[in-house]
Design a protein around this ligand. Structure first.
Ligand SMILES: [Zn+2]
Length: 626
């Protein structure tokens, strides 16, 4: 049967079981009509994440996140809407119609590029398998402990020297446009040539296991660059992909920790030796998107950095830590010490960074091959926290410090590290430790650390929002009123509700937007379920508004199965509350005015009369207020 894209989406929506979908990532327990679990979007130990199958929505009472099954998948998998629909269509065996039009062509190119990459993997691999055992490339791989099993597991391959070997093979099945879009070929003066020639090929998979890009290592001495990587393409965004994640994700979940390495072969070697929870960024710095990706797989967000440990490697670790910090800026705090004994922070992306630093001169690949995985794991178990690692980098040079000037320079370097410690008690302890170690005055060091800290603190206070109590009451009443549209077994239709609340003035900007959207949608939807779905869809790229909608749905649960009388009184009560707040505000304004004009007899008399009227009016209607 032929149907449109929209029809396919509604077929998919009919098939969706939100409990089943969310259960893939969250352990849910049924309580009455709802299912509860620990929120995957913020760290928590007691469940405040609620799934309501009758409405097809989820809501977290901890961090406020909410939405339907589709927005859950988009958030947790980092997919866009089209990707999510494609995944669900596959899952339920619903065939999506072929796209037409501009965006449709894009989707076809994307699918084609994925297919071409998959085909390329097997062509590259065959070329590698065709080599004889004596070939220098096979010898080189064997020298790195990479045997046939590892080659097969990681789909390693070989790009031949022949300039257009791959292109000729692929062009039988794919258009030039698709091959160019996949990043596999480059357009030259005399036609297309292969991007990866005379190189060992390391295919890069996304979270779903699709081949989306390639890393390629030079096989000859002096061949530059040593590593060549795919450019960003329609199917590959290097800031969102981590090498090895597809094969590591179960182990990362199980160990609740992830090890970030520098190179493809570090990851392959570690995983092949049983240390499976390793990933690497693909020839790029660590990004915020990478951190978000990892935060989804580890509840503890324990991240180990395992970079080369020669002198350059130590710099790499500091650089890595710096990158990680940058990637975290705006996302949350970095745990720099064991905070398990302190109050749990609600920060969504706060994380614990430890540094694996085996003795000098070896990258993780080399170390694991020579010393064995046991020895490496020993270093993992004893990995110092980032702060200890950083302080040690400075303190170990203390014996080389001779002059007061050198000492002062060293202290200057250490202070920023100390300032990053959030907890007062822990910071004091570290200051004591550093002061003793460098034989300097503890009080003086403390003062210097404190000075900049206070500057930061003052800034924070200034940006804090001040919300008055009456604004809260008003906002709550407005939310209650809007949630009436979303009651499952409402005795009234949308039209009736709109009529009842036509005089309500919404004052919160987001609520106004939602109300306007509801006004539009109620002309096209048949029931509450459809209204809820359409609302989530309308705001699918607006997290804050989605949160608000899921909050409204949760509020509406409280009004389920109301009698006609109760329903009317809910409306009345909330409207009264709004009027009460409005009056209170007006009176306060009048009082202020009265204070100011006290010396102007006539003006003050006028205002006094007005004020008396207001108070009288309130006494008359005041019984309705609580
Ligand atoms: Zn949450």
């Amino acid at each position: 049967m032929e149907y449109t894209y929209e029809e396919a989406i509604s077929l998919i929506k009919d098939r969706i079981d939100i409990v089943e979908i969310i259960s893939e990532d969250v352990i849910l327990k049924q309580k009455g009509q709802s299912y509860w679990g620990c929120c995957p979007f913020h760290g928590e130990k007691t469940p405040s994440f609620c799934v309501t199958p009758s409405k097809g929505i989820f809501h977290c009472f901890g961090c406020g996140v909410g939405g339907d099954a589709i927005s859950f998948l988009m958030k947790i998998r980092n997919w866009d809407f089209t990707e999510t629909i494609k995944y669900l269509a596959d899952k339920y065996g619903i065939e999506l119609p072929k796209f037409k039009g501009k965006s449709g062509e894009y989707a076809q190119v994307k699918d084609g590029a994925l297919e071409a990459s998959k085909k390329a993997v097997s062509i590259f691999q065959q070329s590698l398998f065709d080599l004889s055992e004596k070939s220098p490339i096979i010898q080189y791989l064997n020298g790195r402990d990479i045997d046939k099993n590892v080659i097969t597991k990681y789909s390693l391959g070989l790009g031949l020297k022949e300039p257009d070997y791959l292109y000729k093979k692929l062009k039988k099945d794919f258009s030039d446009e698709i091959l160019e879009a996949s990043g596999l070929v480059i357009k030259g003066n005399k036609g297309y040539i292969d991007r990866f020639r005379n190189r060992v090929i390391i295919p890069i998979q996304d979270e779903k296991g699709n081949y989306v890009a390639f890393g390629a290592r030079a096989v000859e001495n002096g061949q530059n660059p040593k590593y060549l990587n795919s450019p960003d393409t329609v199917i590959y965004n290097k800031s969102k992909i981590l090498y090895g994640l597809y094969t590591a994700k179960d182990a990362i979940k199980e160990k609740d920790a992830v090890i970030i390495m520098e190179g493809y072969f570090d990851v392959i070697s570690a995983q092949a030796h049983g240390i499976e929870n390793c990933v690497a960024s693909c020839g790029t710095s660590l990004t915020t998107e990478h951190v978000k990706l990892l935060a989804r797989y580890t509840k503890s967000r324990r991240i180990y950095l395992s970079f080369d440990t020669d002198v350059a490697g130590i710099n790499a670790t500091n650089r890595g830590a710096e990158l990680l910090k940058n990637a975290f800026s705006g996302l949350g705090k970095i745990k720099q010490f064991d905070e398990s004994h302190l109050a749990v922070d609600d920060d969504k992306y706060s994380c614990e960074i430890r540094v694996i630093s085996p003795p000098k001169g070896k990258d993780p690949d080399e170390f694991i091959r020579e010393e064995g995985s046991e020895s490496f794991l020993n270093f993992v178990d004893n990995a110092p926290l980032l702060i200890d690692f950083q302080l040690n980098q400075f303190l170990k040079h203390k014996n080389e410090v001779k002059t007061p000037q050198q000492k002062s320079k060293l202290v200057k370097d250490i202070i920023p590290v100390l300032q990053e410690i959030q907890n007062d008690v822990v910071r004091t302890e570290y200051i004591k430790l550093v002061a003793t170690s460098l034989n300097i005055n503890e009080e003086a060091l403390n003062k210097e650390v404190q000075r900049t800290l206070n500057q930061n603190f003052d800034r924070e206070i200034n940006v804090k929002k001040i919300v008055t109590k009456s604004e809260n009451i008003s906002e709550k009443a407005q939310k209650n009123i809007l949630s009436l549209y979303l009651i499952s077994n409402s005795p009234f239709n949308f039209e009736y509700i709109s009529k009842k609340i036509k005089d309500v003035t919404f004052t919160n900007e987001k609520l106004i937007i939602v109300k306007n959207t509801i006004d539009k949608l109620i002309n096209t939807v048949n029931n509450v379920r459809e209204l809820t779905e359409s609302l989530f869809e309308t705001f699918s790229s607006d997290d804050d508004t989605q949160k608000l909608i899921s909050e409204l749905v949760v509020i509406s649960e409280a009004f389920n199965n109301l009698s006609v009388d109760d329903f009317e009184s809910v409306i009345r009560e909330n409207i009264n509350k709004l009027e009460f707040v409005k009056r209170e505000k007006e009176q306060n304004e009048l009082k202020e005015l009265y204070k100011d004009v006290n010396d102007d007899e006539i003006e003050s008399l006028k205002i006094q009369i007005h004020l008396r009227d207001q108070i009288k009016k309130q006494i008359r209607t005041g019984d309705n207020n609580d």
